[in-house]
Design a binder for this molecule. Structure first.
Ligand code: CP
Length: 303
């Protein structure tokens, strides 16, 4: 049987995503009953992270532990990869010790190279262009709160970054309408748009208020992603109008959800009032990373 990886949203079918949502719901319910699972019993999984992380790292470590496995955290800078050892050699060697890899790195091509050479499932824990685990648990959170995707509209405001790319591809997979407001010169990647099978689901605008009134979910993320810190001043100026604040939300539906993958930069892409307001689900969103990643691990490891 061929091993499966989760390197991009498109590595899963719509039916598989629904199966993972079902199981994530089960894991969420069971967790409060303190049930331990044996799905990863005797398995050691490596977490190879070349960028900082709070949520992804801890939720994966806890997910692996609660499924009966052992997580081994490998800071990218502390491995020989940082001194130029090839991914090919690293992945083939790690295949002799480990049963799974969770990789946070820079280029998408790097996670693909791990997928090519590592003998067991590889999970993308964020690259410069995608964050599929984030999108998976974000749509689970939307389903949990809104009960259905039928007629649902997600509006993303700000920088069309890696998280946005994965939200678009998951919207395409699940049939959710997606709207993006971003500044001139900062459009959604044409490569992502080209991958859409239902491009009619997407509308874009440079007007920050264009898609507020119809939105069931209003999502934003940092203006300064990991790797673009040198352009911080310039980016803050460009994105200023796209701040999600009370004024921008004045025409929003009463029951919209405010979402953010975190970490947030309060006072930049979102104000305290909005992120701490009653429409905000950012902490539930972070919690659901744990349940969805358990379901993903079970799916990939054939539990
Ligand atoms: N949302 C997210 O991936 O958070 P971390 O960078 O803390 O893992």
């Amino acid at each position: 049987k061929m091993k499966r990886d989760f390197l991009e949203v498109t590595d899963l079918t719509r039916e598989e995503v629904w199966r993972i949502f079902d199981r994530a719901k089960y894991f969420k319910q069971e967790r409060s009953r303190h049930r331990q699972e044996e799905i990863l019993a005797g398995k050691h999984l490596g977490l190879l992270f070349s960028k900082p992380s709070t949520r992804t790292r801890v939720s994966f470590e806890v997910a692996i532990l609660e499924l009966g496995g052992t997580p081994i955290y490998l800071a990218g800078q502390s491995t020989q990869v940082s001194r130029g050892e090839t991914i090919k050699d690293t992945a083939r060697v790690l295949s002799r010790y480990l049963s799974g890899l969770v990789v946070r790195t820079f280029k998408q091509e790097e996670v693909k190279e791990y997928g090519r050479w590592f003998a067991f499932p590889v999970i993308n824990a964020l690259t410069d262009t995608s964050h599929p685990c984030q999108a998976l648990s974000d749509y689970f959170t939307i389903l949990e709160k809104k009960k259905t995707f039928d007629g649902l509209c997600l509006t993303y405001i700000g920088d069309p970054n890696n998280v946005c790319n994965s939200l678009v591809l998951m919207a395409d997979l699940l049939g959710v309408s997606i709207r993006i407001s971003s500044p001139p010169g900062y459009p959604l990647s044409p490569l992502v748009r080209q991958q859409m099978r239902n491009p009619q689901l997407l509308k874009v605008s440079t007007d920050p208020a264009a898609f507020i009134a119809d939105a069931d979910v209003i999502y934003t993320d940092t203006w300064v992603s990991m790797g673009s810190e040198s352009k911080e001043k310039e980016r803050i100026a460009v994105f200023r109008e796209y701040q999600v604040n009370e004024n921008l939300l004045s025409r929003a539906k009463k029951d919209f959800l405010f979402m953010h993958c975190l970490p947030a930069h309060r006072g930049q892409e979102v104000t305290d009032t909005v992120i701490d307001g009653e429409n905000s689900v950012v902490i539930d969103q972070a919690e659901n990373r744990l349940h969805c990643q358990k379901a993903l691990l079970e799916f990939l490891h054939g539990g």
